[in-house]
Design a binder for this molecule. Structure first.
Ligand code: EPZ
Length: 434
């Protein structure tokens, strides 16, 4: 298995192009199931999760074309891809495919809306929490679907004549449930209101794409989405938003090492809570015409508390990276994770660098230490794994991060982007046992 080797101590200087957002690209790709016409997506990142979803969609009969090179474009743009679901050949998403990527469960919404039926494997829990799908099922039932659980599969059937619009108040805020119910409601008869909807930028990106496909969604970017059902959707061409988690991650990397980096294409309004907190730690961040500039020169970092929350709060997908940053700040920081019940697995790995972190319940107390020392560490999930790379950038000596297949699910060309700014980081040992 490949590993990442980092020699710490170098500042980061230069510019980093921000890729298309994984968590926006995946639901947009799934939305292609709603129409027989082609959906063209620009700026799709080259990631393992995108390739995996291509396989899942192909299994349902979606024809997928990649225009231009799969390698990096000269202007750093992601892939331009066309998804054509002219005919859905299979409404079943099997365990073997869904179990490798939770977001593939989301096909249940479009399949049910367009075909009137879907049989989709329950995704099961994962490293960061149990992650049930009860809100999704309540929402689909509210639209008139009949739902059974059979041998680990959710079997959903729409009433004769299709799903029926209704008001659904989600018991909790869920990005995935909002994506699914919104997609399903676009083709329902009548009007659907989703109360307590997620308003993450990725939800907004999907809602705007659906409207470009002929859907009638209002309240976009608020807690209440109103969807007037239409008979059919059509094809369109649409851009995936830049990845706010990737941008926030690189901002924390620069904060960690010091330096001056322009995050090209980053949209500060998509992660303003994280930007505010970073500013309070002593990092200088400034929006520029083509992105966000991050500067830390000389000054030390101040410890700040962070409460993780749904958008517009501080995102859970930046929690591990922020905790890493706080290991080097002067003072004590309390970080409260409120979204997932088991998202502190990086704590034990950060301890291997000499970090001082205590966890009680959902709160981690991080006491800054004067230095981190390089170590051999193991990635436990996608965002935790990048936090270990960041720790390595600021640690003295050598760090080896193993199980980096987690990283490849969600960070495009991480080592390349960091090296271009002066980091000493490389991928080693392809084929080496994990
Ligand atoms: C999305 O997951 C993201 N994944 C996650 O990113 C992100 O951490 C999460 O939203 C929160 O922002 C993608 O977009 C592909 P949720 P999702 O439903 O939709 C509970 C990454 O690293 N819940 O908003 O699965 C749930 O257990 C990933 O890129 C229920 O109880 O998250 C969790 O505690 C990790 N019942 C909370 O809600 C339900 O039916 C929020 O989960 C649904 C959710």
């Amino acid at each position: 298995m490949a590993r990442i080797r980092v020699i710490g101590g170098n500042q980061l200087n230069g510019s980093i192009p921000i890729s298309g957002a994984k968590n926006a690209a995946l639901p947009l790709m799934i939305a292609s199931l709603l129409t027989e016409e082609p959906l063209v997506l620009n700026n799709v990142p080259r990631l393992a999760d995108v390739s995996q979803l291509e396989k899942i969609l192909a299994n349902h009969g979606v024809d997928i074309a990649v225009h231009g090179r799969r390698a990096l474009d000269e202007d750093d743009r992601g892939q331009r891809m066309t998804f054509t679901a002219a005919e859905i050949v299979d409404t079943c998403a099997p365990y073997e495919l869904v179990s490798t990527m939770r977001a593939s469960f989301w096909v249940i919404g479009p399949l049910l809306a367009r075909m009137g039926e879907a049989r989709v494997s329950l995704p099961g829990g994962c490293g960061i929490g149990t992650r049930p799908v009860d809100f999704y099922l309540q929402g689909l039932r509210a639209l008139g679907a009949e739902i059974d659980i059979d041998e680990g599969y959710v079997v959903a059937r729409a009433p004769k004549g299709g799903l029926i619009g209704n008001t659904f108040r989600s018991p909790g805020i869920s990005v995935g449930a909002t994506h699914v119910i919104m997609m399903a409601a676009t083709l329902a008869r009548g009007t659907t209101t989703i109360e307590n909807a997620a308003m993450e930028p990725e939800v907004t990106n999907l809602a705007e794409c659906l409207n470009a496909m002929g859907a009638r969604i209002s309240g976009i970017g608020t807690r209440t989405l109103v969807i007037e059902g239409v008979e059919r959707l059509h094809g369109t061409e649409f851009d995936v938003i830049p990845d706010r988690i990737e941008a926030g991650t690189f901002a924390m990397a620069v904060a960690m090492t010091g330096g001056n980096v322009l995050l090209k294409g980053a949209r500060p309004e998509h992660f303003s809570a994280a930007i505010d907190i970073l500013r309070q730690t002593g990092v200088h961040l400034e929006a520029e015409e083509d992105g966000l500039r991050v500067v830390r020169n000389g000054n030390g970092l101040v410890s700040i508390d962070a409460n993780i929350d749904t958008f517009p709060g501080f995102p859970t997908d930046l929690q591990a990276q922020f905790m890493t940053l706080m290991t080097r700040a002067s003072g004590v920081s309390h970080i409260k994770e409120t979204i997932f019940e088991n998202r502190f697995m990086h704590v034990a790995e950060l301890a291997r660098f000499g970090a001082d972190i205590r966890v009680e319940g959902q709160t981690a107390t991080v006491t800054g230490v004067p230095e981190l020392r390089g170590a051999q560490v193991m990635a436990t999930d996608l965002r935790a794994s990048v936090s270990l790379v960041i720790a390595g950038l600021a640690a003295s000596g050598e760090t080896i991060v193993s199980r980096i297949y987690h990283l490849d699910r969600g960070f495009e060309r991480l080592e390349e982007k960091l090296s271009a700014c002066g980091a000493n980081v490389e991928r080693i040992g392809v084929g080496y046992p994990d």
